[in-house]
Design a protein around this ligand. Structure first.
Ligand code: GUN
Ligand code: ZN
Length: 484
């Protein structure tokens, strides 16, 4: 295939990878800024200097433009836009979803994208509105899949074509769509028709749709989240396995006088100071930025810097294995993002199957942390622990003589043998003073251990402080308090 993806580091379902398109490569996760040839607040060349390796533009605009059509065909997109990185082109699908029709066919747009030298082409998929009923969504999906099959047939197995996943908000249709996209033969898969969900802050539905699509997509495929623009949701989307984002948000927000940060956005009129390290924000005051004659461009520059910085933070978090902490932090920026985060935690059994086994650290950030993949993985791994017949687990106190196996206890994980004291997750796990939620989670570990070791007899000895709670949480297990 002309498009190849390699994952180098991973955390949760997120990856730091390398995407190869023909002879060009780029690092992921990445943001592809949307370029509108008619309105360039920041030029592609300037973006290149800011570290942008890929951009996306709309082939439909070029094909319909008196000013640009011939130039694009004669000079090619890279020369016209003055950008030597990867250029992805979208078809007219977005126009289709907004205006209801486009005057171009599937093979026409793909031929045009090829002829202007685009690196990644997008077929004319149908982005079905999340409000559509099942029958409409199924009909749209059938047409999309037909067009993807046509794209492969006409342009061959090596053509750098993206295979968008559609299916509206119906999880089974998303699964079917993703499965068929794999069968037709795509290694680069955008997840489509999610813009209306993000615009109305429906992050819970977004998580459901993406997780459903990911269930049947190959882990080897590069996943692009179409139209995802606000940096506050990149960490959440990356955790689900999205590798690429594209957005006009940096420019649209700038036109609207809005200042993006990874925690949320501000109206520039409301800012008393500029909480950012970029050159725009360090070279003037908030008041000066408001009054600047080129304020729209300066805001777009800042918005792009803020967005790119968030991508860098995410990449570092993946390498360190601290993506859960970053997701937790970002998703507290808006209550609807928190809903998305909680929905993601409901998918932890699926995520735990692929999460890596060792990370730099585990920082506890509140009750949600108890539900993380590492806690479930640890609990499941307890079944492999070799135990003697008589087992003692000491909670918040010293053990006793006379047992075949002695275990310590660290919530939210549960029991551990001394050999694991320094290893992940027991060693590099920072938790605050224990509270009930933590201890209760740890008790689930004891229960899992008891269930997987029916031939051992488990006794728990516990400090007075936690005895009542532990007795309640461990029915059928002998619990004694250390000060009788
Ligand atoms: N841009 C935003 N969403 C979509 C989508 O579903 N399909 C295409 N082709 N472009 C998009
Ligand atoms: Zn800034």
């Amino acid at each position: 295939m002309a498009i190849a993806f390699e994952s180098l580091y991973s955390d949760i379902a997120g990856r730091c990878g390398k995407l190869t398109v023909g002879k060009k490569t780029m690092r992921t996760p990445a943001l592809l800024p949307v370029i509108n040839p008619h309105l360039q607040l920041v030029t592609p060349k300037e973006m290149r200097e800011m570290g942008v390796e890929a951009i996306i533009t709309n082939a439909y605009i070029f094909s319909q433009s008196k000013q640009f059509r011939t130039r694009a065909l004669e000079e090619g997109l890279h020369k016209l836009l003055d950008f030597d990185g990867i250029i992805m082109t979208d078809s007219g699908s977005f126009q289709l979803s907004v205006y209801g029709e486009v005057s171009i066919t599937n093979t026409e747009t793909l031929s045009f994208q090829r002829d202007i030298g685009s690196d990644i082409w997008v077929p004319l998929d149908i982005p079905t509105s999340p409000a559509a009923d099942r029958q409409t969504t199924e009909c749209d999906l059938a047409i999309t899949l037909q067009r993807l099959a046509e794209a492969r047939e006409v342009f061959g197995p090596d053509a750098p074509i993206a295979g968008p996943v559609q299916g509206g908000t119906f999880e089974d249709l998303r699964e079917r769509s993703a499965r068929e996209v794999m069968e037709i033969g795509f290694s680069f898969c955008p997840i489509g028709a999610v813009v209306p969900l993000m615009e109305s802050y429906r992050y819970r539905d977004l998580v459901r749709v993406v997780m459903a699509s990911k269930r049947t997509l190959s882990p080897a495929a590069c996943i692009h989240l179409f139209g995802a623009g606000h940096p506050s949701m990149f960490a959440l989307a990356t955790a689900m396995g999205c590798d690429l984002f594209d957005s006009a948000a940096y420019a649209l927000y700038a036109k609207d006088g809005r200042y993006l940060t990874a925690h949320g956005s501000y109206r520039i009129d409301d800012l008393a100071d500029l909480p950012c390290a970029c050159s725009v924000c360090r070279s003037q005051t908030a008041e000066e930025l408001r009054a600047a004659p080129d304020r729209e461009r300066l805001l777009a520059l800042h918005n792009l810097y803020a967005t790119l910085a968030e991508i860098s933070r995410i990449r570092q978090a993946i390498v360190d294995g601290t993506l859960w902490e970053l997701v937790d932090e970002r998703c507290r920026g808006h209550p609807r993002l928190l809903e998305g985060y909680r929905e993601l935690l409901a998918h932890v059994p699926a995520l735990a199957e692929h999460d890596r086994v060792s990370k730099r650290r585990f920082f506890y950030r509140g009750d949600e942390s108890c539900l993380r993949t590492e806690v479930l993985q640890y609990r499941q791994g307890l079944s492999r622990l070799a135990l003697g017949r008589e087992v003692l687990i000491a909670i918040d106190c010293k053990g006793l003589e006379g047992f075949d196996t002695q275990l310590s206890f660290k919530p939210p994980f549960g029991p551990y043998p001394v050999e694991l004291k320094e290893t992940f997750p027991i060693g590099p796990c920072e938790i605050p003073e224990w509270d009930e939620a933590l201890v209760r989670q740890g008790c689930l570990g004891i229960r899992a251990l008891a269930e997987s070791h029916r031939d051992s007899r488990i006794t728990v000895i516990c400090s007075r402080k936690w005895a009542d709670l532990v007795i309640r949480e461990l029915p059928g297990i002998e619990v004694t308090s250390d000060e009788v």
